[in-house]
Design a protein around this ligand. Structure first.
Ligand code: 5RP
Length: 228
């Protein structure tokens, strides 16, 4: 059962969808709620939509909900992308990658004319960084990247595969995730560039200057943050 905050955020984003659009579909539990609502609307209203997913999770869920999939090869520019977040600040800087899908999410979200974030309002923070920053790395470069992150003042940890997988988590792209704890991030853009410059880094879960709007839901309603 989805939290009321996630549901309200997803419902708000659904209002932005119109017939004929090509949509980027993010990853995570809030996006899962959105996909369910979107499938229902497509069925009820006979909308003609095309969806570009950011993970196996969102692709499979989209198909289960009767949505039509495509790729960035066929649709390099998307009308709208809808995605969740792990943290968001009032300037719409995001930390993403809690679900290890940050690389495809960044490619898809940045390909949209409009990128909308949906989240429970608990994700809103004054300054991002408490949530350990996910960094996707080539397995071969793991140790080198972790050392470089430590020099930058972060505490790097290789993400574990969890109960059902011994050893490191492997992403949809066949890579590892290093979660880098920085406590707080003063300059998200500078840190994004610094980490991205380390050879072996595939992508960084800092999304700076990408989101146009965020719908943050909770029991009281939906708070809207927009890029000024
Ligand atoms: C996946 C993500 C998700 O969007 C993020 O983890 C938020 O997930 P949820 O909606 O389940 O809180 O970045 O890589």
């Amino acid at each position: 059962m989805a939290s009321v905050g996630k549901l309200r955020a997803a419902e708000a984003a659904l209002k932005e969808v119109s017939d004929g659009q090509v949509l980027g579909i993010g990853t995570g539990s809030t996006v899962a709620v959105f996909i369910g609502l979107l499938g229902k609307r497509v069925k009820e209203e006979g909308l003609d939509l095309i969806c570009v997913p950011t993970s196996y999770q969102s692709a499979y869920l989209a198909v289960e909900n009767g949505l039509r999939l495509s790729t960035l090869d066929e649709h390099p520019t998307l009308d709208l992308a809808v995605d969740g977040t792990d943290e968001i600040d009032p300037n719409l800087n995001l930390i993403k990658g809690g679900g290890a899908a940050l690389t495809k999410e960044k490619v898809v979200d940045s390909s949209a004319k409009r990128f909308v974030v949906i989240a429970d309002s608990s994700k809103l923070v004054e300054r991002i960084g408490k949530f350990p920053l996910p960094v996707e790395v080539l397995p071969f470069a793991r140790a080198k990247v972790m050392r470089a992150i430590a020099v930058m003042g972060g505490e790097p940890r290789l993400r574990d595969g969890g109960d059902r997988k011994d050893g490191p988590l492997v992403t949809d792209n066949g890579n590892f995730i290093v979660d880098a704890s920085f406590k707080e991030i003063i300059d998200p853009r500078a840190l994004e560039i610094e980490i991205k410059m380390v050879p072996g880094v595939v992508e960084v879960g800092l999304f700076v200057g990408l989101a146009h709007c965020a719908y943050l839901g909770d029991g009281a309603g939906v708070r809207i943050l927009s890029r000024s």
